[in-house]
Design a protein around this ligand. Structure first.
Ligand code: SF4
Ligand SMILES: [Zn+2]
Length: 467
């Protein structure tokens, strides 16, 4: 199927990382620009592939280039609502290609091509060919597909603007609905390929933490493929409306996380926050000294007032962990009236990067806008405290009460010890499977056979003994 592609293409390469020492070039990512976009269209010329701009052969080793991936699809059963979900699969399918690494989604994509792939003759043209085949295999409802790769800076700039406005259209639609308006939420386990216990719960108010999939997208995906990675979750009994705890959501999360987690609060960073895979757009983190919450997003380059950059914050909770005091979230969730409502919403926020604050200016309560500092106002916890006092941030009331509580009985949440994290690892800390089996039979002592099909096996430790 991939005979004309000079590198292997298989799900077994999904966990492959290409470190800077090994890379031929980097495409898109934090030091350049890029985006991916799937569009359902009429008159798609099936099989058309095109690379507009420099090919790998025209690129300098070690350099960074812009990248646009435009995937146009057509099919009788293809609805526009499926664009977001099909687009999200670009990440996984690109990673099937040995020597090509893809991280994140939408305009956050970050890719690398390995030196080995380049030496074996791999070109961007092969990326388009492989994706064409993989998308058609994954989504039989695609009847025609055309893929264009853009590497010319001016073209990528135009493409990026167009993609951003289409992402905004998708997001705006979901803003019209609330959690109360629906009987079902959706779950997504697409990121279990690198965060095996992570289950996203997507509700009208809580867009998935990757920011790429909202409730409408999930509805369309679950309808198209009920057995696929996106599935319906009946809300069941509401256990706590403010925290966003639902009986059936807990049961489904327990089942899909292989029993690792059995409680999730959708709207809190405390006790049982939503788990975080690694591709979240931002992290909410508890600041114990102020009993407040800080938010830092992927694009923020500096250090937060805790002295840690985004990457270190992300390292605390990624990989599918549930860590009290931390949760990955999408910027769209910060536009919801339910944004961390159990914790006080924006009244609890004590620090935000300036860029996010500006982008959310219409969603932060007007009386709080000037009371939440950014990196332009403060650089340390001490400076935040002074700022909050000067501006009479409502957290001061809470701070008084919580200080009294801590003195009596409450144990504050500790910030976990930091491990040294490599720059790239923190985006998505992929856990590579130790084995991949298209089909494997395991003998048992009872004479029964266990057959694994398309299984990926993850393990903390593998012990091989000589017989
Ligand atoms: S972050 Fe969540 S919603 Fe987005 S692809 Fe991963 S599992 Fe699915
Ligand atoms: Zn993810």
């Amino acid at each position: 199927m991939f005979e004309d592609i000079p590198v292997d293409v298989s799900p077994m390469y999904e966990g492959e990382r290409i470190r800077s020492a090994n890379m031929f070039v980097e495409l898109a990512g934090p030091k350049s620009i890029g985006a991916e976009l799937v569009q359902v269209k009429d008159n798609v010329e099936d099989g058309k592939i095109e690379v507009k701009g420099p090919e790998l052969a025209d690129m300098e080793e070690g350099e960074i280039y812009p990248l646009g991936i435009l995937i146009e699809i057509q099919g009788e059963k293809l609805e526009k609502e499926l664009e977001g979900v099909i687009e999200r699969r670009t990440h996984e399918l690109c990673n099937y290609i040995k020597g090509f690494m893809h991280l994140n989604q939408r305009d956050q994509i970050w890719c690398r091509v390995s030196k080995e792939a380049k030496e074996s003759g791999f070109k961007l043209e092969h990326l388009t060919k492989a994706l064409s085949t993989l998308f058609r295999e994954e989504f039989p409802i695609i009847e025609a597909i055309s893929i264009t790769i853009l590497t010319d800076k001016a073209e990528v700039e135009v493409f990026l603007e167009k993609a951003k406005s289409l992402y905004e259209e998708r997001d705006a639609r979901a803003r019209e609905l609330s959690d109360e308006d629906v009987d079902v939420f959706y779950g997504c386990v697409m990121c279990q390929s690198f965060a095996p216990t992570h289950v996203c719960v997507v509700t009208p108010d809580r867009t998935a933490l990757c920011g790429a999939i909202n409730w409408f997208d999930c509805r369309a995906a679950a309808k198209m493929d009920p057995e696929g990675p996106i599935f319906e979750i009946e809300k069941g009994e509401i256990l706590d409306e403010v925290k966003g705890e639902y009986e059936n959501v807990n049961l489904v999360v327990a089942d899909r996380s292989q029993g690792t987690f059995d409680r999730i609060y959708l709207h809190s960073v405390f006790e049982y926050p939503h788990t975080s895979c690694g591709c979240f757009e931002a992290v909410a983190f508890y600041v114990p000294e102020l009993d407040g919450i800080g938010i830092v997003d992927r694009d923020f380059k500096g250090e937060t007032p805790l002295g840690l950059p985004f990457s270190a914050m992300a390292g605390q909770c990624s990989g599918g962990k549930q860590v009290e005091g931390f949760t990955g979230l999408s910027l769209e969730y910060m536009r919801s009236p339910k944004f961390l409502q159990a914790d006080g919403g924006y009244e609890r926020v004590v620090w935000l990067p300036k860029e996010i604050k500006d982008a959310l200016v219409d969603y932060i309560p007007a009386d709080l806008i000037d009371k939440i500092p950014t990196e332009e106002d403060v650089n340390s916890i001490k400076e935040i405290r002074t700022f909050l006092e000067e501006k009479e941030h409502p957290i001061l009331e809470r701070l008084k009460v919580s200080t009294e509580e801590i003195e009596t009985d409450e144990k504050p949440i500790e910030t976990p010890e930091l491990e040294e994290i490599e720059e790239m690892d923190t985006r998505e800390v992929p856990t590579s499977p130790v084995a991949y089996a298209s089909e494997m039979t395991l003998p048992t002592s009872t004479g029964m056979k266990i057959i694994l099909k398309n299984a990926k096996i993850y393990a903390e430790k593998v012990i091989i003994k000589r017989k």
